[in-house]
Design a binder for this molecule. Structure first.
Ligand code: A3P
Length: 284
C-alpha cells in the first residue's frame, strides 16, 4: 500500500493512499487502478461529486425514487463508489445500478461516455465544502489529522489533499458538460435542495424517467431530511461521520475576513470565466 502523508501549513500531516499521482482515500487501491476496465451498462446512473458536496443525501433520494418504495434497504453508498470499491461489490446489482464517483471523466471507463450513461453532477459552494472536508478529515481514523483550520484551508484549496483541487474538479466537469451537449447530465446544487427539496427531487424524477406520485416524492424528501437520515444511519460506519451539520453557510463560523478575501481572489482567478454561480447563503 502506498500511504502518503500530506502536510498542512502548520506541519500537521494527514494520511492518504497514492496511486498514479492521485491522492485517494483509504479504499481498495486496485479498484482505482482497474477502473477503466470495469463493465458499464447503458442504464447505469452515475453520481459525480467532489467529496462533501452532499452525495450521500442525493443518492439516498435517487435510490428511493428508483425503488419506488421506502420499504427497501437503504443505499450502500460505499459499495457503489466505483473509485474505491471492487467491481464485485456492485457488478451484480439489478439495473438500473446507482453508482458514484469523485474522479474525473478520463479516469472512468470509456463506456460512460460511449453508452451515454446518465450523469448526475452534485455541486455545493466551495467554502461549505472546505469546512465539511476539514471536519471529516479530523474524525477519520485513517487520516490521523489534527491540524488547525487556519493551516488547512490554503493547502486544501491548492489541491494538496485527497481527490485534489475543488477548482480543478469543478472546472473539469463543467468542461465535460460543455463538450458533450448531447450527453444526459443533470446538475443539482446542495443549496437548492436545502431550499426546496421537493422542487429539486421532482427534477430528479423527470431526469430518471420514473413514474412516482408527488405524494411519494414528498415522503422521500421527509425520510431523507438531515435529522431523519442521520438517525437512520447512526449505526453504520460512514453514517457516524457523514452527517455533521447539514447546513448552508456554516463557512461563516470558520473563515476569517482575511481568509475569505484570499478565497475570493483565488475563486476569481480560477473560475471567473465559467458561467456557473454558487450560493453561499440561502439568500443569494
Ligand atoms: P456538513 O459537514 O457541512 O454537515 P457527502 O455526502 O458528499 O460526503 O457530503 C457530506 C455533507 O452533506 C455533510 O455536510 C453532511 O452533513 C451533509 N448531508 C448529509 N446528509 C444530508 C441531508 N440529508 N441533508 C442535508 N445535508 C446532508
Amino acid at each position: 500500500m502506498n500511504v502518503v502523508r500530506i502536510v498542512d501549513d502548520g506541519g500537521d500531516g494527514a494520511s492518504f493512499l497514492e496511486a498514479d499521482g492521485e491522492v485517494l482515500p483509504n479504499g481498495d487501491i486496485n479498484a482505482f487502478r482497474h477502473l477503466t476496465g470495469v463493465n458499464v451498462r447503458s442504464d447505469d446512473i452515475l453520481v459525480s461529486a467532489y467529496p462533501k458536496s452532499g452525495s450521500h443525501w442525493l443518492m439516498e433520494i435517487i435510490h428511493f425514487l428508483l425503488a419506488g418504495s421506502l420499504e427497501v434497504n437503504d443505499l450502500q453508498k460505499m459499495a457503489t463508489m466505483i473509485d474505491s470499491s471492487p467491481e464485485t461489490s456492485y457488478r451484480d446489482l439489478p439495473s438500473p445500478r446507482l453508482l458514484n464517483t469523485h474522479l474525473r471523466l478520463e479516469q472512468l471507463p470509456a463506456d460512460v461516455l460511449k453508452k451515454k450513461v446518465k450523469l448526475i453532477c452534485v455541486l455545493r459552494n466551495p467554502m461549505d465544502v472546505a469546512v465539511s472536508y476539514y471536519n471529516f478529515l479530523r474524525v477519520l481514523a485513517f487520516t490521523d489529522y489534527n491540524g488547525k483550520w487556519g493551516n488547512f484551508f490554503r493547502p486544501y484549496f491548492n489541491g494538496k489533499f485527497c481527490y485534489g483541487s475543488w477548482f480543478d474538479h469543478t472546472r473539469h466537469w463543467e468542461e465535460v458538460k460543455r463538450d458533450n451537449p448531447d450527453h444526459p447530465i443533470l446538475t443539482l446544487f446542495y443549496e437548492d435542495f436545502k431550499e426546496n427539496p421537493m422542487r429539486e427531487a421532482i427534477k430528479l424524477r423527470h431526469f430518471l424517467g420514473v413514474d412516482r406520485s408527488d405524494d411519494f416524492v414528498k415522503q422521500i424528501c421527509e425520510y431523507c431530511d438531515f435529522k431523519s437520515m442521520r438517525k437512520r444511519k447512526a449505526t453504520t460506519e460512514m453514517g457516524k461521520y457523514s452527517f455533521r451539520k447539514g447546513e448552508v453557510g456554516d463557512w461563516k463560523n470558520w473563515f476569517t475576513v482575511a481568509q475569505k478575501e484570499w478565497f475570493d481572489q483565488l475563486y476569481q482567478e480560477k473560475m471567473a470565466d465559467l458561467p456557473i454561480k454558487f450560493r453561499y447563503t440561502l439568500n443569494d
